[in-house]
Ligand binder design. Structure first.
Ligand code: GLC
Length: 714
């Protein structure tokens, strides 16, 4: 790994462990470094055979060639293909060519990545300032690029085990009765679920860290009751603090100088959900501490799961943008300014929100008292908000793992929690966006992530929600969320048949909890992606170009249906033989061996297609209503063995922070000797955790598609 520095970069906090040696940017290899009048540029000549992956949360294909990306956090709910920015900035790239390499840029302002868009053979990276660090990972082994990236930026956050269960959300369940109804529906209908989200309506007038005491009267008992049924609540947290006399967050923030400023030194003001608001200055340690402590109103009730939203930060409008617009409108209406074309007004309206000039008018102060213009470090706002939440929760509930989502993120935010992919739509096109982004975000350390299942904006059809819920089995974060005013998309929101399909789908997810949790924990330990694109494992052009399939852990390849009315799809099976599994439910499944190559598979609406790799095993447990409802004492190992296969089940208590000391490993081996199979299990417990698994059933296929069963009692 080589570290080059240009100018005097801002200390973003993204990098945990700097390499020993820092080199001057002028010495950089692979890139041309240019300083122009108002920008700094890095140029890389793209080789014909290069595939360029990475950039985390961005639209477009997995191979980033042919598009321009603007890394500048934006609250844009309209994720159409031409869009250049989403909510985060993840300037980490893997160039997969003759000699693969990766690079990471640490620069908190706007970066333009033109990946062969203006000139198809040039990757052009532009910065407004010359101050940045770039790290180049020159190992030829692609997986090692990720390892080195995580050595620099830290390991992903360890989520509680229940995070691998299903999560139901809606903007908004308006009151506690609505949430109670959702909860009882899940339990009465025997549909598994672990968490219910609380969107902005739980607050008193959208004032952060308050409760609406009418619609959420006696919040404490309501929360207790929900938790007693095995659910977690996940309240939303927005950064904007309403300007209102005697509102404690406002008064404390103003008094202690916790808010971002204007150039003149007064507190910066913008309109957001609660109306005119101030924005906490998360660059300051004191502010972060203050904010982090406020979670106490939840943690005293045992709630330590949250989603941090609107933290680009999103701005609906300011007096400046609204004033300019109103002035123009008034002039036209009064017939004063005949020069103004109504089209200009219409265009002006589009610039009301998230206006760059507003970000330029906003200031932070760092811990040394230096004034920093927000625009220059714009991409750090969500990161520092999440850091504040994570640090606060670690102090309030030190022995418990927290669950934190953020909308805006930077490099390294994965240490504190994760991101969800923002406001997608109930469009089929957004399922493939979801599939690709799971892969590109995993590369950037976000092993646990996901999109709004079923789509956030627009109305979803039952078929779309079914197919998306089926994909969701293999999405680490499995959250169904939808926007205000759109069609509901809970499992029972459509017809009975749809409900049954979703119920069976969810039960399969819960039967894979042992596998999912084991694979996640091993991925973090080994610094290896949990969701892995095919290019990372296989070196053929066909594998590098397959973007609509991915590996989920070490044993499974996922091949989702993401096209409306499709009754099947083409799949690419690289290198090995594969066991094709088609599951309708835990009880009804088909399995068949496929040779490597390209195949068409038939898939009915209620079927979930995936493949198990040759010489691999997958443990299934009994499904349950929520993670931890029952102890898992019995599992069934499904596998495809032509020689020998090994699987290690990792387990721990699932909620505490002592996972490094107290855990268990169950090592399962299946060997094929002539026509016989030999089975062995070896149990290793560490600290005071003990594996609870007592019975293992085996369902093993050989290359002739013959099923061999066996049972071991431990
Ligand atoms: C934003 C969030 C969305 C949330 C809504 C209301 O659009 O991205 O998830 O439901 O705000 O809070």
């Amino acid at each position: 790994m080589k570290w080059y520095r240009s100018g005097n970069p801002f200390k973003t906090g993204a990098i945990l462990n700097y390499p020993q040696e820092m080199l001057e940017i002028e010495k950089i290899e692979k890139f041309k470094f240019l300083t122009e009048k108002d920008k700094t540029v890095l140029l890389y000549e793209i080789n014909k055979t290069d595939y360029i992956y990475g950039l985390g949360e961005t639209l477009g294909t997995l191979n980033k060639r042919g598009k321009k990306y603007r890394l500048y956090a934006a609250d844009d709910p309209n994720h159409t293909p031409e869009k250049e920015s989403l909510y985060g900035s993840h300037p980490f790239v893997i160039v997969d060519g003759i000699n693969p390499f990766g690079f990471l840029i640490d620069y908190p302002g706007e970066i333009i990545f033109d990946v062969g868009y203006e000139n198809k053979n040039i990757l052009k990276i532009e910065f407004e300032k010359e101050d940045f660090d770039i790290f180049i990972f020159e190992t030829n082994i692609k997986k090692d690029i990720i390892k080195e990236f995580l050595e620099l930026t830290g390991k992903p956050h360890i989520f509680p085990k229940w995070a691998f269960g299903f999560q139901q959300s809606r903007w908004s369940y308006p009151d506690k009765e609505a949430i109670n109804k959702v909860a009882s529906n899940f339990r009465e209908k025997d549909i598994p679920c672990d968490a219910i989200y609380m969107d902005i309506d739980y607050m008193d007038n959208f004032k952060i860290f308050t409760f609406n005491d009418k619609s959420f009267e006696d919040f404490e008992n309501f929360a207790k009751d929900i938790y007693s049924k095995g659910f977690k609540l996940v309240p939303i947290i927005d950064p904007g603090v309403k300007i209102e006399k005697n509102y404690y967050m406002y008064e404390e923030g103003v008094k202690n100088n916790y808010f971002c400023k204007k150039e003149t030194g007064e507190d910066f003001i913008a309109a957001i959900w609660p109306g005119l608001s101030h924005f906490p200055d998360f660059m300051q340690e004191e502010t972060r501490k203050w904010w982090g402590e406020k979670y106490e109103i939840f943690t005293r009730l045992g709630i330590n799961s949250f989603w941090n939203d609107m933290n680009e930060p999103s701005i609906f409008f300011t007096d400046r943008t609204a004033g300019e617009l109103m002035g123009m409108v008034q002039n036209v209406l009064a017939n004063k300014d005949k020069e103004i074309n109504p089209l200009e007004i219409q265009q002006k309206m589009m610039t009301l929100s998230n206006n760059v000039q507003d970000y330029k008018n906003m200031y932070h102060e760092d811990d040394e008292g230096n004034k920093i213009n927000h625009h220059e470090i714009h991409n750090l706002y969500g990161h520092n908000m999440l850091k504040s939440s994570a640090d606060g929760l670690s102090k309030l509930m030190p022995e418990k793992r927290h669950f934190l989502l953020t909308r805006s993120s930077y490099i390294g935010t994965h240490r504190y929690g994760t991101l969800w992919m923002g406001d997608n739509m109930s469009w089929w096109e957004h399922m493939i966006v979801n599939i690709r982004m799971l892969q590109s975000l995993n590369m950037c350390g976000y092993f646990y992530t996901g999109a709004d299942i079923g789509g956030f904006g627009c109305n979803a059809s039952p078929e779309l929600v079914i197919r998306w819920m089926q994909l969701g089995i293999f999405s680490p974060l499995y959250r169904n969320h939808s926007a205000w005013g759109t069609r509901n998309q809970e499992p029972w929101a459509f017809d009975e048949d749809t409900e049954n399909i979703m119920k069976n789908t969810l039960k399969i997810r819960y039967s894979l909890i042992t596998y999912a949790y084991s694979e996640y924990m091993k991925s973090v330990k080994n610094s290896k992606t949990f969701i892995t694109p095919l290019f990372m494992e296989y070196n053929t052009a066909r594998a590098k170009e397959t973007e609509d399939q991915f590996l989920y852990g070490d044993s499974i390849m996922v091949t989702p249906i993401y096209i409306q009315n499709a009754k099947g799809r083409y799949v690419h099976l690289p290198e090995d033989k594969w066991l094709f599994c088609l599951m309708k439910s835990n009880e009804e499944k088909q399995a068949k061996i496929y040779e490597s190559g390209d195949h068409y598979i038939n898939v009915e609406m209620e079927e979930i297609p995936f493949f198990i790799k040759e010489n691999s095993l997958v443990p299934f447990n009994e499904s349950m209503n929520y993670v931890g409802e029952k102890e898992i004492t019995e599992i069934t190992v499904l596998g495809f063995v032509t020689d020998k296969a090994f699987y290690e089940i990792y387990d721990d208590e699932g909620t505490d922070t002592k996972y490094a000391e107290n855990y268990s490993k169950l090592k399962i081996e299946v060997r094929k000797k002539d026509e016989e199979f030999l089975f062995s299990v070896n149990k290793e417990d560490f600290g005071d955790y003990e594996s609870k698994i007592k019975i293992i059933h085996f369902e093993i296929y050989d290359e002739k598609n013959i099923l061999h069963t066996h049972k071991i009692e431990i």
